[in-house]
Design a protein around this ligand. Structure first.
Ligand SMILES: Nc1ncnc2c1ncn2[C@@H]1O[C@H](COP(=O)(O)OP(=O)(O)O)[C@@H](O)[C@H]1O
Ligand SMILES: Cc1ncsc1CCOP(=O)(O)O
Ligand SMILES: [Mg+2]
Length: 274
């Protein structure tokens, strides 16, 4: 499954419309190119419908939301739905402010999302209807551990049934689920949480993988999560070898994605079916 899904991205070069935050926007663009996709960042309400119409997928990330971009996200999302394009939501910081939480729900109520991807604190906010997320990073107390993984799988399946979207919960252990089936993914490295943008990069990748694999959004999402995690592992090996710090580590992750092959990916995934 991984090989074919990865190859479809490389062969189809999906154009991904991103309405995303200004912290990590350049990393999202570069990671899309590295994986074989193509990015276009466009957030003015006057052009979002036109841009999304020429794309294979839409990536909505509320990291630095404001009134104008919220309007753009709603417009783009509705247009993408009308064209049956996959739409991904990254509810960055949902639970940290009323604006983030309310916007997340307005987006979910208005747009049919293909995938909703967030860290565990953001996803718990969506599940509960409110939250007390401390910021854009997950609360340590929320983390999915080996002891709570079954509970997290049930939570992800239930959230998928409620939203009709594939659910991706990231952290040391990642969960990707629809209402029936889940994957538990143990790729990745703790260093990935020490740089800003790994979550946003992953949302961009998920959009590209869904754009090139529309008939299997669950497996497309799982493959993107494995790719990100494996690249984080390989980048860590290189960082240790080079005595590198966090800035180089960020670049090494993009390097590893650009150097990934279908075989290397298939050989490196750490995935369990539930
Ligand atoms: N402690 C960890 N161990 C392994 N991988 C991690 C860890 N923390 C985060 N990751 C990986 O980093 C990426 C971003 O996840 P996360 O940090 O949860 O998102 P966000 O940046 O949105 O908070 C995912 O690919 C995830 O698997
Ligand atoms: C720091 C920050 N503040 C608003 S958006 C953002 C980036 C969040 O990126 P990620 O979710 O990938 O860590
Ligand atoms: Mg995030």
């Amino acid at each position: 499954m991984f090989k074919k899904i990865f190859e479809n991205v490389q062969n189809e070069t999906p154009l991904v419309h991103c309405i995303t935050n200004y912290v990590t926007v350049n990393d999202v663009a570069n990671v899309l190119l590295a994986a074989g996709g193509s990015p276009i960042m466009a957030d003015d309400p006057k052009e979002v419908e036109e841009i999304t119409a020429i794309c294979a997928a839409l990536n909505l990330n509320i990291g630095t939301l404001n009134e104008r971009t919220i309007h753009s996200m709603l417009k783009a999302g509705k247009k993408a739905n009308s064209l049956s394009h996959p739409v991904v939501l990254d509810p960055v910081g949902a639970g940290a402010s009323a604006l983030r939480t309310e916007t997340t729900f307005e987006l979910i109520d208005t747009i049919a999302f293909s995938v909703i991807k967030g860290n565990i604190s953001e996803m718990k906010t969506i599940y509960a209807g409110s939250g007390t997320t401390k910021g854009v990073d997950a609360d340590v107390s929320d983390a999915v551990t080996e002891d709570t993984v079954s509970e997290a799988v049930a939570f992800a399946k239930d959230l998928s049934a409620r939203t009709n979207a594939v659910i991706a919960i990231t952290g040391a252990i990642d969960i990707v689920a629809d209402s029936q089936k889940a994957y538990v993914i143990r790729n990745g490295h703790p260093s990935m949480a020490k740089i800003s943008g790994t979550g946003c990069m992953l949302s961009g990748l998920i959009a590209a993988f869904c754009g090139a694999n529309r008939e299997n959004l669950l497996d497309a999402t799982a493959t993107a999560v494995c790719l990100m995690g494996l690249s984080g592992e390989l980048a860590q090996e290189k960082a240790v070898k080079n005595d590198a710090g966090t800035s180089s580590y960020r670049a090494y992750i993009i390097d590893e994605i650009s150097k990934m092959s279908a075989d290397k990916l298939a050989g490196g995934v750490k995935i369990e079916h539930r």
